[in-house]
Every structure is written in structure tokens, then in C-alpha cells.
Design a protein around this ligand. Structure first.
Ligand code: SF4
Length: 360
């Protein structure tokens, strides 16, 4: 099984953030950890073997070293971790420390550390409402290497107000020079319920297209494989946990707002921290269940699968429904068909939004 654990605590709310995250609620962490344990004990797949584990947020690195050990101890006590292929832990520079990093490596020597860097320029970090500086990031990155991490992802954002194409590429070059095993480069999206949304921040599509083009060129030139629209990895370091999402595979999500996908249904936990803590371990935390019909399941599978460079199997069902659409994109060089699979080409990745909507 693939297990996701959501840790919804943050020091403050970033201006672009639409994740389930609660700033200034640290006093709830002990109760939250107990609630996670209750939810785990209520699962039908208790004691199953875990293939990949992803602890995300929020800011999981806000937990103290003792709390990280407690959380990982709960997981180890209740699942079979002997065949664990990948363990990712999300972090932010301001809350990483040596004892926390050691606690992660004690659990799994191959822990994949994901650092929310977002920008390598202090001015942009301030615009985004981030509370760390570039110096904080560089210091914690060096600390992670010294502690023994050999699999590090850094998250970056482009399209930040005030950021130029040239400036973005200078930032990205700084990141590439550190040689992290994985880089996620996301275009800024502005949701209405965020501070940026309320402030009316707009993203310029032409500029971000140029930024994306430059990023793809620089990263692939530096030896990173562009294996998903926004994700780049050195050989052997693609994120297996996320690849399962893109393959529309099953997974178990625990914690506030976490989603599980099993038996052809997606089920989402409550986003309310209080409600989750009070009711974890019972069905009262389940708020939404989505059981897509065969048609929407097929569109969903295609839209997820085509995010990956390897694309997906061109089954008779897909061929009979979408042959015209696929042929059109192949003719324009945006898609390819080979070895029984169909996929978006590097040229097509630049207009992937337009391509994906055709399968909806
Ligand atoms: S650190 Fe991440 S989860 Fe927390 S507020 Fe910022 S973007 Fe959201």
C-alpha cells in the first residue's frame, strides 16, 4: 500500500497557499498525533506492507524531533515497513534541525527529504509570504547533506509577481548548482480563497510559458529527466509515491483533509482540525466520497497518466473513444504513439493544459 499522512500545521500562512494548513495551532500537535493513531487503528488495511510513505503538509518539520519519532513509531508499530521503497518527508527551511534530520534517517537511511524552498531570492520569498530566507535554506540544505541525506527534492515556484524570466533562470541555476536529486518547478496558481486571490494577483501566461521553457532546457541540460509536467529527477530518483497518484493507483491517506483512493472510490477526511481530533477513528471524519462512473474514471486516468513523460497504455477503449483527438495531436507533434503507449511530447508539455482538457 501507499500511505500518505497529512500534518496540517504551519508557522504562518503563505500568500498563495490553498492547502489545508493551520498557522499558530501548535498546541494541538500532541492531540493530533493521538488522533492519527486512532485513525490508523481503525483502518481495514492495518498491518499491511507499506510500499511508499509520504508525510506531507502543512509543514511536517514543525513537529519536534520527539514528535517525529512518535509519529514514525506509530506507523512502524501498525504497518509492515520491511519492504518500504520510499519515504518522503516534507519540510521547510525555518523548522529543520539536526535532531529532526537524524530522527528521519533513524527511521529509514534512504529518507527522501523534500524542502519547500520556493525561491532563491529573498525579495520573492517575502512576496510569497514565506518566513525563511535564502541563507536559511542554504544552511539547512548543507546540514541535510552533512547529516547523511542522499535523496533531496526542492520545490520552486515561478511566475511570482515581480519575477522576470532572466531572474527566474538565475534562481534556478543556483538550485541546480546544489545538485539536488529532484526538483519540482511549479507555476504559481492563484486561487480565489488565498491572500493572492483576495489581492487580485494575476499570472502572465506568456511570461510563465517562457519561464517553463527555460526551466525545461536548463534542467534537462543538467541531466535531469523531465518525467512529469512539473517534475525533474536525476536518474533513479523519480518520486514513486507521486507516480502512483499519476497512474491513478490506490492509496490510503490519513489525517485532516487526507484523501484515500480504494475500491474505485475517493474518500476525503474533514478539513476541520477540531472535528478531526475529536472524531478520528470513527466514520464521522469522512466527509466526501466520490465514486466516478466509468466515463469520468477513464478521463481522470488519462488526465493523470498523460502528466508523465512515459504516458499510458493505448488500450482499445481509449483508442475507440479518443483516436481522433490523439491523431490530431500526433500530427501537430504534441503527442506521440509508440510501443502500445501514447504520451505528450516535450513540445506538447508546453501546452499540456490545452491537451489534457480534450480528454475531459
Ligand atoms: S508552508 Fe506550505 S502548507 Fe504552510 S502555509 Fe506555506 S505553502 Fe501552505
Amino acid at each position: 500500500m501507499n500511505l500518505y499522512v497529512h500534518v496540517p500545521f504551519c508557522r504562518s500562512k503563505c500568500k498563495y497557499c490553498d492547502f489545508t494548513s493551520y498557522p499558530g495551532r501548535e498546541e494541538f500537535i500532541p492531540a493530533y498525533l493521538q488522533a492519527l493513531e486512532r485513525e490508523i487503528l481503525s483502518l481495514s488495511n492495518l498491518k499491511c506492507e507499506i510500499n511508499t510513505l509520504f508525510v506531507g503538509g502543512g509543514t511536517p518539520s514543525m513537529l519536534s524531533a520527539a514528535q517525529i519519532k512518535q509519529l514514525l513509531g506509530i506507523i512502524r508499530d501498525n504497518f509492515d515497513c520491511s519492504g518500504l521503497k520510499e519515504f518522503t518527508f516534507e519540510s521547510n527551511p525555518e523548522s529543520l534541525s539536526k535532531d529532526k534530520l537524524e530522527a528521519l534517517l533513524d527511521f529509514d537511511r534512504k529518507t527522501r527529504l523534500s524542502i519547500g524552498v520556493q525561491s532563491c531570492l529573498d525579495e520573492h520569498l517575502q512576496t510569497l509570504g514565506r518566513i525563511h530566507s535564502t541563507a536559511d535554506f542554504l544552511e539547512k540544505y548543507a546540514l541535510a547533506l552533512m547529516t547523511g541525506f542522499e535523496n533531496i527534492n526542492i520545490d520552486l515556484i515561478y511566475g511570482i509577481p515581480g519575477q522576470t524570466v532572466k531572474g527566474w533562470l538565475v534562481e534556478l541555476k543556483k538550485a541546480v548548482e546544489l545538485k539536488p536529486q529532484h526538483i519540482s518547478a511549479y507555476c504559481l496558481t492563484v486561487s480565489p480563497e488565498t491572500q493572492f486571490g483576495r489581492d487580485g494577483v494575476a499570472v502572465n501566461d506568456e511570461t510563465t510559458a517562457e519561464m517553463y521553457r527555460g526551466a525545461v532546457e536548463m534542467l534537462t541540460g543538467a541531466g535531469y529527466s523531465h518525467y512529469e509536467i512539473s517534475n525533474f529527477a536525476l536518474p533513479g530518483y523519480e518520486c514513486e509515491h507521486n507516480k502512483n497518484y499519476w497512474r491513478n493507483g490506490e492509496y490510503t491517506g490519513i489525517g485532516c483533509s487526507a484523501v484515500s483512493h480504494a475500491n474505485a472510490a475517493r474518500c476525503k477526511n474533514t478539513v476541520s482540525l477540531e472535528k478531526y481530533i475529536e472524531n478520528a477513528g470513527t466514520d464521522k471524519i469522512k466527509e466526501e466520497t466520490d465514486r466516478p462512473g466509468a466515463e469520468s474514471k477513464l478521463s481522470e486516468t488519462i488526465m493523470l497518466g498523460l502528466r508523465m513523460r512515459s504516458g499510458m497504455e493505448l488500450t482499445p477503449e481509449i483508442h475507440s473513444k479518443y483516436a481522433g483527438v490523439i491523431d490530431g495531436f500526433v500530427k501537430d507533434g504534441y503527442m506521440g504513439v509508440a510501443g502500445g503507449r501514447f504520451f505528450i511530447t516535450p513540445k506538447g508539455f508546453f501546452v499540456s493544459n490545452r491537451i489534457l482538457t480534450e480528454f475531459f
